[in-house]
Ligand binder design. Structure first.
Ligand code: FES
Ligand code: FES
Length: 161
């Protein structure tokens, strides 16, 4: 039997600009640390097969499905969730969020925080992506089929950089 000390690890992760230290079970997924322990419920869980992308966050500049990462693997990383995309709650939204509003992208909305995080990461690497580059980089599933509006919003955000 594994004792408690061996089952838990202390991790320190910068989340939305704030250093957070937590004792986590070795098997805890990053998405559960974010949602269940830290209350960052803008990161969603949309599947149990690591396919949908609703749980996408930014880890050290890359869009990553947070259900595919153990919390211990994120130790020492810098993580941004949808709640941290704009500098503060009182400042204007991030340009990607504004573009999403302007293009009226969401339908049910469930996938959209992950879509926005994926788009923001794409635009930091590719300033003006083509439709093909958007489709290749953004593999998140939208069950409501908002893909055309997502493309339009990414183009709008690119123009407003
Ligand atoms: S919850 Fe579906 S990919 Fe993470
Ligand atoms: S807006 Fe409903 S799943 Fe994407």
């Amino acid at each position: 039997m594994i004792d408690t000390d061996e089952k838990h690890h202390v991790v320190t992760i910068e989340i939305n600009g704030v250093r957070q230290t937590a004792s986590v079970e070795a098997r805890k997924l990053l998405v559960h640390l974010l949602r269940d322990d830290l209350g960052l419920t803008g990161t969603h869980v949309g599947c149990d097969t690591s396919q949908c992308g609703a749980c996408t966050v930014d880890i050290d500049g890359k869009a990553v499905k947070s259900c595919t990462v153990l919390a211990v693997m994120a130790d020492g990383s810098r993580v941004t969730t949808i709640e941290g995309l704009s500098p503060t709650a009182t400042t204007a939204s991030h340009r990607v969020q504004k573009a999403w509003q302007a293009e009226d992208v969401p339908q049910c909305g469930y996938c959209q925080s992950g879509q926005i995080m994926a788009a923001a990461a794409l635009l930091t690497k590719t300033a003006d992506p083509s439709d093909e580059q958007i489709d290749q980089a953004m593999t998140n599933i939208c069950r409501c089929g908002t893909y055309q509006r997502i493309r339009a919003a990414v183009h709008r955000a690119a123009k407003e950089a």
